[in-house]
Ligand binder design. Structure first.
Ligand code: SDX
Length: 380
């Protein structure tokens, strides 16, 4: 049977692209597991650094292993001054995800070459990119605000350091904890578009910085990670809970997409959306009201009433932006935060791919013609 005889599956929906034991989703039941651990458990009991270890090694670290990993990350959070200089010269009107792509490629040029067939070198690159990605993101935020670069604090973990590098002040425990939970929730998610992009680039034996920079490009899109910033814009456009019905009727009539809803796999509420929603409640109680939250609740009720039967429910991007806004993070930095977390998933899949690699090269169903005649330009 040739490729020509096979049927095209748009978006490769449901087509396995790899075997993986890193994460698992049950889309009907709304279940997400990392290495067999339910996401609710990890969000409550774990932290981002421990989750990074779990994703890579397949088991939770001992205290000694986690302390060693944390020390390794602390040593890699700094970036060369030349990379800071490049980031500071990027156009201030550019999108932070474009700045992250440029930053990752630049970091790769100042980092040791990686033999992608060497497990220990892959593991070292894993630590380097997890540690430095927040620094790259914060460096652009500071540059765009016309503020000086803030170097990472070796005593702070990933979440706390990111907030520190954004503001120049040590964050309060609540803000650091809330962001840490968000990083755990966003770390991995089976064969999503950006992880698939990472695996395709990995399969060519490209370096991990190229793998991540390519995945950042995929995550940036509004149908994927870029949805989180658009959700907040959407809620602000709607303006209030009372305005939801008219807005939804208009969008539906125009066959528009409602940002933060729907999923290729989940046909019920995304378990990460549920945990992010409780985070919004926790943050509201301690940091004050969130006007867009009331609009979000009304929108969720209206969309689920209208489209729930089609399996359209809130996804991970629906509440995350409300949390980040309360933490004082600029809207167009929401997706870079998603990337800070997902670097761990992308590279864990890179590691898995390199264990039994074959370059991705799918086929196509040809719909063109043959034996075309070349007509000289003056006769066309
Ligand atoms: C992420 O894959 C992952 O795991 C991704 C992610 C991760 O952690 O990596 O979970 C993160 O990207 C979450 C998704 C963020 N994107 C959005 O919120 C953008 C809005 N959502 C849609 O664009 C859509 O739901 C997708 C892209 C998420 C999924 O698209 P599919 O699976 O290709 O579904 P589809 O576009 O074919 O829609 C099927 C039907 C269509 O209606 P019909 O033509 O059959 O009548 O459902 C409708 C769609 O119109 N539909 C929506 C909708 N999502 C689907 N209608 C209105 N609003 C929506 N959001």
């Amino acid at each position: 049977m040739t490729v020509q005889d096979k049927e095209l599956v748009p978006g490769l929906a449901g087509i396995p692209a790899a075997e993986s034991s890193i994460s698992y989703i049950d889309g009907q039941a709304g279940i997400l597991e990392y290495r067999g651990h339910r996401i609710e458990t990890l969000a409550e009991k774990s932290n981002f650094e421990e989750t990074c270890w779990l994703l890579w090694h397949g088991e939770l670290p001992t205290r000694k292993q986690l302390d060693g990993f944390r020390a390794r990350l602390a040593g890699y959070r700094g970036i060369p001054q030349e990379a800071v200089d490049v980031i500071e010269r990027l156009p201030k009107g550019g999108h932070p995800m474009a700045a992250l792509q440029a930053g990752m490629a630049t970091l790769g040029m100042y980092s040791p070459n990686v033999d992608v067939h060497d497990q220990s070198q892959r593991e070292d690159a894993y630590a380097r990119l997890i540690a430095a990605t927040p620094t790259l993101v914060a460096a652009f935020a500071r540059a765009r605000a016309g503020k000086p670069f803030v170097a990472p604090d070796p005593d702070l973990d990933t979440a706390a350091n990111f907030l520190y590098m954004l503001t120049g002040e040590t964050p309060d425990e609540l803000a650091a904890h809330v962001l840490d939970v968000c990083l755990v929730l966003h770390a991995d998610h089976t064969m999503n578009a950006s992880t698939f992009a990472a695996r395709v680039v990995a399969s060519t034996e490209a370096d991990p910085y190229s793998v991540c920079a390519s995945a950042v490009g995929a995550l940036k899109g509004p149908l994927h990670g870029g949805a989180n910033e658009r959700v907040l814009q959407q809620l602000e456009t709607i303006g209030s809970a009372d305005a939801v019905p008219a807005w939804l009727d208009k969008v539906s009539a125009e066959k528009g997409k409602i940002m933060g809803f729907g999923h290729r796999v989940y046909k019920t509420k995304d378990p990460r959306a549920k945990r992010l929603q409780t985070l919004v409640r926790e943050v509201r109680e301690k940091l004050g009201s969130t006007p867009v939250y009331d609009t979000a609740l009304a929108l969720e009720d209206a969309v689920v009433a209208k489209l729930g039967a089609k399996g359209i429910h809130p996804n991970v991007d629906f509440f995350s932006g409300i949390v980040y806004e309360k933490l004082g993070i600029p809207t167009d930095f929401f997706t870079p935060i998603f990337a800070i977390a997902r670097v761990s998933g992308w590279l864990s899949h890179w590691n898995e791919q390199m264990h039994d690699n074959r370059i991705f090269r799918p086929g196509q169903i040809f719909t063109g013609s043959h034996d075309a005649v070349y007509v000289p330009i003056d006769e066309r």
